[in-house]
Design a protein around this ligand. Structure first.
Ligand SMILES: CCCCC/C=C/C(=O)SCCNC(=O)CCNC(=O)[C@H](O)C(C)(C)COP(=O)(O)OP(=O)(O)OC[C@H]1O[C@@H](n2cnc3c(N)ncnc32)[C@H](O)[C@@H]1OP(=O)(O)O
Length: 282
């Protein structure tokens, strides 16, 4: 199904090669036969998006872009969680400079992934709430394993997902479904996500999810890549334009929202809830 493509940067010594990554929080593996790069998030236990993980995801996306890979698949090294969203510890009693940097880098990651011209797909091998859903919906295709949850549950923490963050969601879901899901903080099960069109396929394992993502990317093998890229960007340009217009104000809005005493109280209670849940499991 795939027409093998020559990747010129590295000698052909085997079917796979690894790119250098800024730290160990992500890895990038390029399949030399297909030319598809797989970006794996590796911040145990749940890939909480702290500043360092966000910086690493961004630089891995840029590396893949500069290497002119044939496509990008994003997935996770964690067995049960694709990505648990923003690291809540970054938002609780925050260091102001760091909080500003975290939000700016979340914006940068979204912008890099949403606006990249090559085909993208998410192999969602576990739960994907909030910032995890953001990564998945910035991609063009999503394959998820059974019995997991995905969605934008920000209102549960007392925070409001801004327009740019919701725009990927709105590319996929009807406005009415999106509005209800956001206001209810709804996390869709794998089956519900498939039914609503939030994901495209279900796979029984991470390996199968990655294969299905690669098969999706392979469907473009006979399409002119420049025409494909420009067509994709044409669909996404308006959201990106709007985002760039508002991004600085958006950082200020986020900071002022997170610093509100009642929001801090809510985030603290949410963290406690997570810890209690874990204690009850033991
Ligand atoms: C303007 C605002 C827009 C905001 C945009 C984005 C916002 C966000 O992303 S906010 C973050 C929202 N995320 C969540 O609500 C997810 C919370 N986590 C979970 O629901 C679950 O952890 C899970 C479903 C992702 C995984 O469940 P499970 O496998 O059962 O693992 P545990 O719940 O036991 O968690 C293990 C460990 O990890 C800690 N943890 C989980 N999520 C986070 C997180 N987002 N940030 C920081 N830490 C997290 C959890 O507390 C456990 O910690 P320990 O007890 O210390 O082991």
């Amino acid at each position: 199904m795939f027409s093998p493509r020559v990747v010129s940067l590295v000698p052909r010594t085997g079917p796979r090669r690894f790119m250098s990554t800024a730290s160990k929080l992500t890895t990038v593996e390029v399949n030399d036969k297909t030319g598809i790069a797989t970006l794996t998030m590796c911040r145990p236990p749940v890939n909480g998006q702290n500043l360092e993980l966000l910086l690493d995801i961004k630089s891995s996306i840029k590396e893949i872009e500069n290497d002119s890979s044939r496509g990008l698949i994003i997935t996770s090294a964690s067995p049960k969680v694709f990505c648990a969203g923003l690291d809540i510890l970054e938002m609780h009693k925050p260091d102001q400079q760091r909080l500003r940097a975290v939000w700016t880098e979340l914006q940068n990651v979204w912008c890099a992934l949403y606006g990249i011209s090559m085909p993208t797909a998410a192999a969602i091998n576990g739960h994907a709430p909030a910032g995890g859903c953001l990564l998945a919906t910035a991609c063009e295709y999503r394959v998820m394993v059974p019995d997991c949850r995905i969605g934008l549950n920000e209102t549960q923490l007392g925070i409001i997902a801004p327009k740019w963050l919701v725009s990927g969601f709105l590319n996929i879901l009807p406005k009415r479904v999106a509005e209800r899901a956001l206001t209810q903080s709804r996390l869709f099960t794998t089956d519900e996500a498939l039914q609503e069109g939030l994901i495209d396929e279900i796979a029984n394992s991470k390996e199968e999810a990655v294969e299905k993502c690669a098969a999706f990317i392979g469907t473009f093998s006979k399409v002119n890549p420049v025409a494909r890229a420009l067509t994709k960007l044409q669909f996404r340009a308006e959201n990106l334009r709007q985002f760039h217009k508002e991004r600085e104000q958006d950082v200020e809005n986020f900071l002022s929202l997170v610093n509100r005493p009642e929001v801090q109280k809510g985030i603290g209670a949410y963290l406690e809830g997570l810890k209690k849940k874990k204690a009850n499991k033991q």
